[in-house]
Design a protein around this ligand. Structure first.
Ligand code: C5P
Length: 220
């Protein structure tokens, strides 16, 4: 079964505070985008990669990741994934992997694909939640302590049969979601979990980038 990975890389990265779209920020020797795409191909379980970028970054992306197909993303992450899905062709299995997770290790990508090949239609890598988590109201007053034993932090790549992901996006034409499995859940699908990896951390803030720099130096 052919595996295509969609890489949303069209975010502006406002929270990172640099004047270049986040996926094009450099981590040591390579951009986040190059690292994410190279990591997918290096896993050996991905046949094709489609990258979604801001309209003015198409040429730059084609230079950086010549093995990937590059398409224009959208205003929201969900719009970008939708654009990637339209370019995914007839792949049977689809991974969606944030460019903002440049250090994702190959075995984690393999675990996601193995679960799909084992019959799952939607797979997410997860980690336990270390902090105590509380729900608060609009004034910051605590309403409840959520039992963290039941919680998981969710990473990417998330994996889907193409049918399940296409159906979930078709069922929610205008809806936004912070992850793709959320749309599958809303469509009534079953989402299974595999162990994630702390190295698959998402770079959102300048602090995250500093941590990733240290980790990248260690593995360089
Ligand atoms: O902003 P955030 O870190 O949640 O974005 C996660 C991923 O989704 C990033 O790789 C970002 O480039 C991508 N994205 C996108 N299109 C958007 C917004 C975010 O492809 N409109």
């Amino acid at each position: 079964m052919t595996v295509v990975a969609l890489v949303p890389a069209a975010g502006l990265g406002t929270r990172l505070g640099l004047n270049v779209p986040k996926a094009f920020v450099t981590l040591l020797d390579r951009s986040l985008l190059e690292r994410a795409v190279d990591g997918l191909f290096a896993s050996g379980v991905v046949d094709d990669v489609v990258v979604m970028v801001p309209p003015d970054m198409i040429d730059r992306a084609r230079e950086l990741v010549p093995r990937a197909r590059v398409v224009v993303g959208g205003a929201e992450r969900t719009d970008s994934v939708r654009a990637g899905l339209a370019a995914a062709g007839d792949a049977e299995l689809v991974l969606v992997h944030d460019a903002a997770r440049p250090l994702t290790p190959a075995p984690m990508i393999e675990r996601v694909v193995a679960a799909l090949r084992g019959g799952a239609s939607a797979v997410i890598p997860v980690l336990p939640v270390a902090d105590t988590v509380k729900r608060v109201d609009a004034d910051g007053i605590v309403e409840a302590t959520v039992d963290r034993a039941d919680l998981r932090a969710v990473q990417t790549p998330q994996g889907f049969t193409a049918g399940a992901l296409r159906a979930a996006y078709a069922a929610a034409p205008g809806e936004l979601a912070t992850d793709d499995a959320g749309l599958v859940e809303r469509a009534g699908g079953t989402v299974v979990t595999v162990p994630g990896d702390p190295l698959a951390m998402k770079i959102t803030t300048a602090f995250d980038l500093r941590i990733a720099q240290v980790l990248a130096e260690e593995t360089a």
